[in-house]
Design a protein around this ligand. Structure first.
Ligand SMILES: [Zn+2]
Length: 116
């Protein structure tokens, strides 16, 4: 008997988000089973496993998906609507926000004038 996902790599040891890098992502993509490739194509993302990250209370499912700009990415559902965000797009967004913040002149709040 063959295991259904015997060709897939074992990534059971990851415990920090830093370990989910481009190398791991490309290894997962190249070792994806036919079933998971089909799921990825049909629904746009496929669960690659449930992991407990350092500091988390419980395991969360991680998904492989394709970002239009950055290619294959791995993330876990987050936010109010539990959506998948490309980690690179998030970094870009944060960087832009920080640059903008630096360019915004200091805004002083006007003192509240209480009319008599
Ligand atoms: Zn992206």
């Amino acid at each position: 008997m063959y295991k259904a996902y015997s060709k897939e790599i074992d990534i059971g040891d990851i415990s920090t988000l830093k370990e989910i890098n481009e190398d791991l992502t490309s290894r997962i993509v190249s070792n994806l089973s036919t079933t998971k490739k089909i799921i990825l194509r049909l629904q746009g993302s496929v669960e690659i496993g449930r992991f407990l990250m350092y500091g988390w209370k419980e395991k969360l499912p991680f998904y492989l998906f394709k970002c239009d700009e950055h290619g294959y990415q791995i993330a876990y559902p987050s936010g109010h609507y539990l959506t998948l965000h490309c980690p690179k797009c998030l970094k870009k967004e944060i960087r832009i926000r920080m640059i903008l913040h630096d360019e915004i002149p200091e805004i002083r709040e006007d003192p509240i004038v209480v009319e008599a």
